[in-house]
Design a binder for this molecule. Structure first.
Ligand code: AMP
Length: 199
């Protein structure tokens, strides 16, 4: 996140890049991703551990986006941070109701080249348009279509929501209301993380 000079690491972006490159990892991950299911823990934990050990993350710190998503991932992250002498994480829980999640995901559009995220309503950019940042092609993710969104919400409730308790009990959780404009929500996150002493 810019405010704290952290390196942004999205496990979803790494997996989508592997799918686009047609690697073994990409081929394995694709069927889970298209269905809105989670990629197996062993695969994602391997990716995160490797990325954590890289020099940019070691010198600047990291903002993981979309990781951890299961208790097994949270435990593996804790072990990896300890092994690397990085200290415990600050975990940001962005609170927003299901209806708004569905609205945001179904109107989300993305650049195939630079992974920049846009919104059909807010930015007026749709599939086939040119990315204003890099000139790449705008597309809609398959898992941002109605059926996959419903499955992702179900998976979130079953496998990811328990992390709220896991990190809450350890005093590592910061909960932020994510309803509102992007800049306003970003400001709330920065303030809440700074207040918590993280970042
Ligand atoms: P995202 O871009 O974070 O929404 O992730 C897109 C998809 O990639 C998810 O629906 C999963 O299939 C997969 N994925 C990304 N991060 C993880 C993770 N931490 N654990 C398991 N699967 C993941």
């Amino acid at each position: 996140m810019d405010a704290f000079g952290l390196v942004h690491v999205s496990t979803g972006d790494i997996l989508r890049a592997a799918v686009a490159a047609g690697t073994d990892l990409g081929r394995e991950a694709k069927r889970y991703m298209d269905a809105g299911e989670l990629v197996p823990d062993s695969v994602v934990i391997g990716i995160a551990r490797e990325r954590l050990a890289e020099s940019d993350v070691q010198s600047s710190g990291v903002l993981f986006d979309g990781f951890p998503r299961t208790l097994a991932q949270a435990e593996a992250l804790g072990d990896a941070l300890e092994e690397l002498g990085m200290g415990p994480p600050t975990v940001v829980n962005l609170e927003v109701d299901d209806e708004e999640v569905v609205r945001r995901l179904s109107t989300r559009r993305m650049c195939r080249d630079c992974s920049a995220i846009f919104n059909l309503d807010a930015d007026g950019l749709d599939v086939g348009d040119k990315c204003p940042k890099c000139g790449g092609k705008i597309y809609q993710r398959d898992d941002d279509k109605a059926e996959a969104i419903r499955e992702r919400l179900r998976v979130y409730k079953e496998q990811t929501a328990p992390l709220i308790g896991f990190y809450g009990e350890r005093g590592l959780l910061v909960t932020v209301c994510a309803v509102g404009e992007v800049d306003e929500v970003a400001r709330r996150v920065v303030e809440a993380v700074a207040r918590h002493g993280g970042g």
